[in-house]
Design a binder for this molecule. Structure first.
Ligand SMILES: Nc1nc2c(c(=O)[nH]1)N[C@H]1C(S)=C(S)[C@@H](COP(=O)(O)O)O[C@H]1N2
Ligand SMILES: [Mo]
Length: 305
């Protein structure tokens, strides 16, 4: 494997791939009238990229940053913001390698300078039955994966969160097989909706949301969207995720949002949109069926949950 220095990452393909709609470079500027609670927030987004449904409203910045799942810090969603407040996320090395032609080791601050950041507004649903609509900032994972040139043997992508019990206090707890690991099939990882986020609401990510860089897979349950990533490895075999190790009966590799497959302890047919009253129906693939159903053609999604 040859190492690529971050200063060398300027291949032409990248510039050819540049999207028209980038934050700060024009594109559609939508006022957020109709997005209560975010009156001053201007968004540039491409409606064809997932985007929003007519009755989706942005969840408030306050809700997104105060109601979090991040077990390395706390199991209490409203306590994560406090438990993570001194977590230092710069400098931060992200490594990408494994079954690849090249490997990449880059500081996330450099990454955000080298690669244009774009905005994606995605619906996000937790397996526990609540959901949000979040304006993420970042880049498609595929852009970095293409950079390292996966070998033909690479069939899966494995992601790993930082493992540092001194910095992530709940990693001292032996109830979980740390570090947090997640995985995707390579075609899922290369899908244009699959996103690496470094910010939201136009600001850098806060520690509680997975700073400095986290995955966002909008058609899967929230736990797939692994936070504070230090390593991305291309591998041959299906990785075992933290949740599969903890409870394989309840959490499978695919974790696609499927309202017809109940969690063994509760129904997945509906969800509570944070900041709203009542519940709404959960959509297949979280509403991204048109974009992603092809990835699962011929698969029994009751078996591969
Ligand atoms: N490293 C790590 N990543 C994680 C988690 C976690 O506990 N640790 N929780 C997951 C779960 S269950 C959800 S619902 C989302 C929550 O993301 P948010 O707090 O930014 O909404 O992060 C996911 N990523
Ligand atoms: Mo979750």
């Amino acid at each position: 494997m040859t190492k690529v220095k971050s200063s060398e990452i300027t291949p032409e393909s990248l510039y050819l791939n540049r999207r028209k709609f980038m934050v700060g470079v024009g594109g559609i500027i939508l006022s957020t009238a109709g997005f209560p609670g975010c009156d001053n927030y201007k968004t540039t987004y491409e409606p064809s990229k997932g985007g929003v449904l007519p009755d989706d409203k942005l969840t408030s910045y306050k809700d997104i940053t105060t109601y979090n799942n991040f077990y390395e810090f706390s199991l209490d969603k409203e306590d994560v913001i406090f438990a993570a407040k001194d977590f230092k996320t710069s400098p931060w090395k992200l490594e990408i390698g494994g079954l690849t032609e090249k490997s990449l080791s880059i500081d996330v601050d450099d990454l955000t300078k080298i690669y244009d950041q774009e905005e994606r507004i995605y619906r996000f649903r937790c397996v526990e039955g609540w959901s949000m609509v979040i304006p993420w900032l970042g880049l498609p994972l595929a852009r970095l994966l293409k950079e390292v040139e996966p070998l033909p043997e690479a069939k899966y992508v494995q992601f790993m969160t930082l493992h540092s019990p001194s910095r992530m206090p709940n990693q001292k707890s032996r109830s979980f097989p740390w570090p947090y690991i997640e995985g995707l099939r390579i075609d899922e990882a290369m899908h244009d909706l699959t996103f690496l986020s470094t910010g939201l609401y136009g600001k850098k990510l806060m520690p509680q949301n997975g700073a400095p860089i986290r995955l966002v897979v909008p058609w899967k349950y929230g736990f797939k969207s692994i936070k504070s990533i230090v390593r991305i490895l291309l591998v041959e075999h299906m990785p075992s995720s933290l949740w599969m190790k903890v409870n394989p009966r309840e959490y499978g590799f695919y974790s696609n949002v499927n309202p017809t497959v109940d969690h063994p302890r509760w129904s997945q047919a509906s969800e509570r949109r944070i900041g709203e009253f009542g519940r709404r129906e959960t959509l297949p693939f979280n509403g991204y069926e048109e974009d992603v159903a092809d990835l699962y053609k011929g698969m029994d999604l009751k078996k591969y949950f």
